[in-house]
Design a protein around this ligand. Structure first.
Ligand code: ASP
Ligand code: MG
Length: 423
């Protein structure tokens, strides 16, 4: 017998028919002798619908009081899901009980719409499990110290599930979703992309932060911190497939680096179009420049990603960095109004038509020349590299958005990711 946490995403919970399928799948695991805790998302589209209603009534409101009510509102999507799933399980003859985050309770900080989980009380859940029930807990939400309902940020049910698994010391956290695992890259861009049977935690963290949308990044961080074994698998297989088979499917996020295993040098390719580039020209090259530019940007709560500063010529230099797309206009305004005049810089331009393409692999630690191969591959395709950033296990380039698919395909081929793994 194992203790398993299962998370089902919005598409998996998208209709009463789909919820009935989820109930059958969960009941199958319970009948096989496992203790099961389920953490579902809201039905697909529901969170957007709820937030849309708020926007209709109060477009552009940004006060803390408003954010409190947004969480009150958005949290109801998951409450509907847990109620329905529990009803479906009981109809299957499987004893089940549902809880909203605040009933468990799942304690969080008070940062509405982006709260962080602080602790989870497992007493009630354990008692129910020991009484033979499946326990269903709302994803995406908790309660702060003052008793306010909070939510964890979009996609936050992944994090709820991993956190619940950590609190219960579950044997595995299964993230059931509409894809059947983690792929070498997005199969919609490269049809030859392959599912990876396993991926190291560090690679998954890079992939998630680089724009692979399969798991919310915070859930991966949580899994790393508490060493929760997480598996990503499909909820679109027939519900009655063999439990033992299902338990081996998808992609497992692993922690131990198996010494015996020959790692592929590059395991995956991530890309995203969600960033924009800003360049400040003719900046006087003296100490404190990066701080003056990026300090102002950070004070405005804009997250900066890739940064480059050129060597100076005649005491002047150019300074470029990327910011999230939706923050481009605001950041440009800030720079034009304040920073550029203060610095005596020549000017600033913003370019929304860029994308970031990254190769990721822990094998890069022990292999030289990987980045060079990436640059050669791109040059052979005539793709100009605008910016480069590296870490121990990844190399990212910023290029013109129109070459994104070409770049991803060429790199996927060059690093032989379409070949079956040999190890
Ligand atoms: N329902 C929330 C959202 O749409 C949380 C989740 O699905 O993970 O963002
Ligand atoms: Mg999701």
């Amino acid at each position: 017998m194992a203790l398993i946490v299962q998370k089902y995403g919005g598409t998996s919970m998208g209709s009463t028919e789909r919820i009935a399928q989820v109930a059958k799948r969960v009941a199958k695991w319970a009948r096989a002798g496992h203790q099961v805790v389920v953490v579902p998302s809201a039905m697909s589209g529901e969170t957007n619908r709820l937030l849309g209603l708020a926007k209709e009534l109060a477009p552009g409101r940004l006060t803390p009081d408003y954010y409190r009510e947004l969480d009150m509102l958005a949290s109801t999507g998951e409450q509907v899901s847990v109620g329905l799933l529990s009803i479906a399980l009981q109809a299957e003859g499987q004893p089940a009980i549902s809880y909203a985050g605040w009933q468990v309770p799942i304690r969080t900080t008070s940062a509405y719409t982006k709260a962080r989980i602080e602790s989870i009380d497992d007493a009630k859940v354990r008692a129910d499990l020991n009484a033979g029930k499946v326990v269903i807990i709302t994803g995406f939400q908790g309660i702060d110290e003052a008793g306010n309902i909070t939510t964890l940020g979009r996609g936050g049910s992944d994090t709820s599930a991993v956190a619940v698994a950590a609190a219960l010391k579950a044997d595995e956290c299964l993230i059931f979703t509409d894809v059947d695992g983690i792929y070498t890259t997005d199969p919609r861009v490269v049809p030859e992309a392959r599912r990876m049977p396993s991926i190291s935690f560090e690679e998954m963290l890079e992939m998630a932060s680089l724009g692979s949308k399969v798991l919310q990044i915070r859930s991966v961080e949580f899994a790393g911190k508490y060493r929760v074994p997480v598996r990503v698998l499909s909820s679109f297989t027939p519900w009655d497939i063999d439990v033992a088979l299902e338990a081996q499917s998808g992609t497992l996020i692993t922690f131990e680096e198996d010494e015996q295993m020959e790692h592929a040098v590059v395991s995956g390719i991530a890309f995203n179009r969600d960033e924009a580039k800003i360049s400040v020209f003719g900046v006087p090259d003296r100490p404190g420049i990066a701080y003056q530019i990026l300090g102002a940007v950070a004070d405005a709560n804009v997250e900066v990603d890739v940064i480059i500063q050129n060597v100076s010529k005649d005491g002047k230099t150019d300074f470029s960095f990327t910011v999230p797309h939706p923050e481009l206009a605001r950041t440009m305004e800030l720079l034009k109004d304040k920073v550029v005049p203060q610095l005596g810089a020549a000017g600033v331009v913003g370019d929304p038509r860029i994308c970031k393409v990254s190769i990721v692999g822990i094998g890069m630690r022990s292999h030289a020349g990987v980045a060079a191969k990436m640059f050669r591959t791109l040059s052979e395709e005539g793709i100009n590299i605008q910016m480069i950033s590296t870490s121990e296990i990844k190399t990212s380039v910023v290029i013109d958005e129109k070459y994104m698919e070409l770049a991803v395909r060429a790199l996927h081929r060059a690093f032989e990711l379409d070949m079956p793994a040999t190890a």
